[in-house]
Ligand binder design. Structure first.
Ligand SMILES: Cc1cc2nc3c(=O)[nH]c(=O)nc-3n(C[C@H](O)[C@H](O)[C@H](O)COP(=O)(O)OP(=O)(O)OC[C@H]3O[C@@H](n4cnc5c(N)ncnc54)[C@H](O)[C@@H]3O)c2cc1C
Length: 370
């Protein structure tokens, strides 16, 4: 069994397979630990998966608890929502988080090859039988593609592609000395995009700016987009007056990826490789962790039955994720339109309950309880 990509989806798939007694190799183009542009928050639903797998305690040790979200909009609209008392999320550097998950997979018996880039799938008679890497071909009975949003394998096989719309880019970096932080994640929705802010251990703050096509080039320089977004924002400017940027800017985009299936004979998709809606809801890691588990279960089924399991995986993903996908797409459309944002801000200014409800939904609090 081969897992391509040692991010959260790949590590969890490898962990589940190795614990089931299967020999599993994991390849990743990066050397670990590695950085990853992300908001660095885990929602309660994601944390409940880690607890179930017995790795929540190790992750908690390197994280800050997150008790809810503050969402702000234009004209100073602001709603603060808390997760139910018995639930919380976490804020943790992806460098640390991904390293912990990978260590757990290796401890379970997965064999890791770092610095190996997968170039293409290898197919025979319409079935994926391995991958071509820059070190030569690797054969496997089943390949799990967990190689992220711009998945080499899913794109090459026509299983996924960048969405035509929306076309948005993310710009992320870290600051020290930000004022007014709490134990909540922050999402500041504006007419030209949004800004996520999250407190991290060690007094560091994660800041991600997401903008539509064209907007990045309205910044003074591409490198100043985060600074410019904060400087132009009356609510955030004051809080960043003393702050110092402590990491280079990372950029990703276009963000949205649509997948038309969860795999094909011999190949199963997990995590962002199986599609990505938008980072605004802060639940990509829950999809990645659960998607890794589902792909591993499908791979075990494929080995046991000798029958391709990609269709069963697709059904499982639809069963588990379709309600959330619908909500996330609706929210993505809302924040994509200045009129939608203005309406939402007006509603939120008078009546915060819908936003508080959505904070719980985005946090996957229902599945954390299940
Ligand atoms: C701006 C932004 C903010 C976000 N904030 C949050 C948040 O706060 N909370 C949350 O839950 N989610 C968030 N997300 C989503 C989250 O980052 C992703 O959903 C998550 O990283 C998906 O994990 P993954 O394992 O599928 O992919 P990745 O984490 O991308 O891992 C893929 C791995 O595959 C490797 N790889 C890629 N191509 C190859 C190749 N050809 N050969 C070998 N290896 C390869 C990469 O090196 C990488 O290690 C955010 C996303 C963005 C863009």
């Amino acid at each position: 069994m081969l897992v391509v990509g040692a991010g959260p989806a790949g590590s969890i798939a490898a962990l589940v397979l190795a614990r089931a007694g299967v020999r599993v190799g994991v390849v990743d183009r990066s050397a670990f630990p590695r950085d990853k542009l992300c908001g660095d928050t885990l929602n309660p639903g994601a944390l409940s998966i880690l607890d179930r797998l017995g790795i929540g305690a190790a992750v908690r040790q390197q994280a800050l608890p997150i008790i809810g979200m503050t969402v702000t909009g234009p004209r100073h609209a602001a709603v603060t929502g808390s997760y139910p008392e018995d639930l919380n999320g976490l804020a943790i550097l992806r460098r640390d988080f991904d390293g912990l998950l990978l260590d757990a997979a290796i401890a379970a018996g997965a064999e890791l090859s770092c610095g190996v880039r997968v170039r293409a799938p290898v197919t025979e008679c319409g079935r994926v039988v391995g991958v071509e890497t820059d070190e030569g071909p690797v054969r496997a009975r089943v390949v799990i593609a967990a190689d992220g949003r711009r998945s080499t394998l899913a794109f090459a096989l026509g299983l996924a592609a960048f969405a035509r719309a929306p076309r948005r880019w993310a710009f992320g970096t870290y600051f020290e000395g930000v004022d007014g932080l709490t134990s909540r994640g922050e999402m500041h929705i504006r007419s030209d995009g949004y800004i996520g802010v999250a407190p991290l251990p060690g007094g560091v703050t994660n800041v991600c700016v997401v903008r539509g096509r064209g907007a990045p080039w309205r910044a003074r320089t591409p490198a100043s987009i985060v600074d410019d977004a904060i400087g132009a924002d009356p609510d955030l400017r004051e809080r960043f007056r003393r702050a110092r940027q402590v990491a280079p800017l990372a950029t990703l985009g276009p963000l949205a990826v649509d997948a038309r299936a969860a795999g094909c004979p011999g190949l199963l998709l997990a995590g962002d490789a199986a599609g990505f809606v938008d980072p605004m809801t802060g639940d990509g890691l829950r999809f990645a962790l659960r998607g890794g588990e589902l792909a591993a279960a499908a791979a075990l089924e494929e080995i046991a039955s000798g029958t391709a399991a990609f269709a069963a995986l697709q059904s499982a993903r639809v069963r588990e994720f379709s309600r959330k996908w619908r909500i996330n797409r609706a929210l993505r459309s809302l924040v994509g339109s200045p009129a939608g944002i203005s309406l939402a801000a007006t509603v939120a200014a008078r009546w915060g309950a819908p936003v508080e409800y959505l904070i719980g939904v985005a946090g996957d609090c229902d599945v954390a309880r299940a």
